[in-house]
Ligand binder design. Structure first.
Ligand code: NOJ
Length: 582
């Protein structure tokens, strides 16, 4: 590896600060996540596609993002909307063709936008040729997946005969019985997503070869789906289930397994992730600050950054059931993000996100999506996120302040997780209203409703019938209206992205949380050389007051961005925020 091609060894001087800063082009970049089936439909079949993305690249250019992360567009039976891949080197016809993909790369690159692919290699689809071959007992690929016989003394295929008592993310048992071979295969997600056996070097080499193929095609990085689950203990053992449950989720057993770091280093080297200066972000449920430090240490040759889930769990109740949330404790949320900022301050790098295709909409969850406060709270949440140190991720529609949807009937839901939860909770006797209330606030469908482009038929998303209903608020919340309105959420987010590019302190400055225990105010100070940036944000739907003398004087400060104009007094309106250079 040479210095000129290594993103982590070169340095630059931050404009106006005289401060040397480490490089890695992604450190002052902003990533925009596209969920292709919900972004823009060009052919009227109701599902978004690559051509739809190409047609809307100007929206992204105007917003100013540096990178697009594309959720999976590969060939797939779509059991989990493309996170079940049957051919890594083909585009699913629903989304277009490889030629469309090449054109997207070319047109995005022409606008200075990089493209990061979703890499789903903890599992494949059960319709992938590797699995179809593996399914045949005695085949050369039998060991490419986790096949195990029934529990000793049990009739294969009968209740309780599974090799271990593990549950999966999406179904009661993580094992699926295969009658033809009389054995079970492991699937940590749906039964159509069998887990690859990374212990087998042939599997790893096949994955790396596929990644190189995409790098040669011009992609600029990978978002790695549940990558911290790829190393499992070779001996799979029973776990202690919670009272009243037959199965136990093997989170701690399979996350950050014994060979994870070895595999990540090997992948980096074999694919040339650092050599090619690619953006790499690992989705890592259950990761700790220590894990993230080790994995994102630039000297360690693994990944640029990881997605932590800790702040996604702050409002999950003691039951651990995400569909049964508790009210948000703002101080806990602030303190959690602070701990990651401090933990990765000198080594490693944070990714910053409020939501994505797996989470409810940020403004509905952490803000206030009532007509009165939707705009201000969406802006303020964006300011808070961008004021942290790390690479911010904007999920499609968040730049418009898109909200959760309001489905009243289970038939409106499409996501496999929502439907499985509904079926399981119903069979356990949970009241229907309770189930629907949980889905309304937590279902992944919330984030997947079609992108709201304008106030015409189906929000301008499709000429046909959308695969998931459009949120009726598209008549007010849409890209066309917001692009024309300088006071919109869109222009606020656009300005935040611009500021990240203009002000090195936003990308690199030292982070401090001020007034950490204040239950309404979120105050962040960033410092880089002579530069100090201060964000004062009221993250509540009630007025807030800054106690006298508790913050630096702001009379002479330069206002960079605010929700309510240039106001410097101690009183903040609900969801008011102000960002200053002090
Ligand atoms: C995480 C992805 O983000 C999610 O959408 C998917 O269901 C699981 N991994 C399984 O691939």
């Amino acid at each position: 590896m040479t210095a000129s091609t290594t993103p982590t060894t070169s340095t630059g001087t931050s404009a106006g600060t005289g401060v040397e800063r480490a490089e890695g082009w992604w450190r002052d970049a902003v990533v925009y996540q596209i969920y292709p089936r919900s972004f823009a439909d060009s052919n009227g079949d109701g599902t978004g596609d690559l051509r739809g993305i190409i047609d809307h690249l100007d929206h992204l250019s105007e917003l100013g993002v540096d990178v697009v992360w594309l959720s999976p567009v590969y060939a797939s039976p779509m059991d989990d909307n493309g996170y079940d891949i049957s051919d890594y080197q083909r585009i699913d016809p629903l989304f277009g063709s490889l030629e469309d993909m090449d054109e997207l790369l070319e047109q995005a690159h022409a606008r200075g936008i990089k493209i990061v692919m979703d890499l789903v290699v903890n599992h494949t689809s059960d319709e992938h040729a590797w699995f179809e071959e593996s399914r045949r007992p005695g085949s050369a690929k039998r060991d490419w997946y986790w096949w195990r016989p029934a529990r000793e003394g049990h009739e294969p295929g009968t209740p309780g005969a599974e090799p271990t008592n593990w549950s999966s993310f999406f179904s009661p048992s993580a094992w699926q019985y295969d009658e033809a071979s009389g054995e079970y295969y492991l699937h940590l997600f749906t039964r159509k997503q069998p887990d690859l056996n990374w212990e087998n070097p042939e599997v790893r080499q096949a994955v790396y070869a596929m990644m190189r193929w995409w790098v040669d095609r011009g992609v600029d990085g990978f978002r790695m789906d549940v990558i911290n689950l790829i190393s499992k203990p070779v001996e799979l053992r029973d776990l202690e289930p919670e009272a009243g449950h037959a199965y136990a989720f093997p989170g701690a057993e399979v996350a950050h397994g014994p060979r994870l770091q070895e595999f990540l280093r090997e992948m980096n080297e074999a694919v040339g992730l650092d050599r090619h200066r690619l953006l790499t972000v690992g989705e890592m449920p259950g990761s700790t600050i220590e894990d993230a430090r080790a994995i994102t240490d630039p000297g360690a040759g693994m990944l640029n950054m990881v997605f932590t889930f800790e702040h996604m769990n702050v409002d999950v109740g003691p039951s651990g059931n995400k569909f049964d949330p508790v009210p948000l404790d703002l101080v806990a949320l602030k303190r959690n993000l602070e701990s990651w900022q401090v933990g990765l301050a000198d080594v490693g790098w944070n990714s910053l996100y409020w939501d994505n295709h797996d989470q409810p909409r940020a403004v509905s969850r952490f803000g206030d999506d009532s007509p009165e406060y939707r705009v201000a709270s969406a802006k303020t949440l964006a300011s808070v996120l961008h004021a942290h140190r790390g690479t911010p991720y904007v999920y499609q529609g968040d730049e418009l302040g898109m909200t959760n949807t309001q489905f009243v009937d289970i038939s409106s839901y499409q996501d496999v997780e929502s439907l499985n939860y509904h079926a399981q909770a119903t069979s356990l006797g949970v009241a229907a209203e309770e189930i629907m209330a949980g889905l309304a606030v937590r279902s992944r469908d919330n984030a997947r409703t079609p992108m709201q482009w304008d106030d015409t038929h189906q929000a301008g998303f499709t000429q046909g019938v959308p695969w998931l209903s459009v949120n009726p608020n598209y008549v007010v919340v849409n890209a066309k209206a917001e692009r024309q309105d300088p006071a919109s959420v869109f222009h606020h987010v656009r300005r935040l992205i611009e500021l990240r590019h203009e002000q090195p302190v936003l990308a690199e400055g030292r982070f401090e949380l001020l007034l950490g225990d204040d239950p309404q105010l979120w105050v962040v100070r960033r410092t880089l050389g002579e530069q100090t940036l201060l964000l004062v944000a009221n993250c509540s739907s009630a007025p807030a007051t800054v106690a006298e003398g508790s913050l630096p004087a702001l009379d002479a400060a330069q206002l960079l961005l605010a929700t309510h104009g240039d106001r410097r007094g101690a009183e903040l309106a609900p969801w008011e925020s102000r960002m200053f250079l002090v």
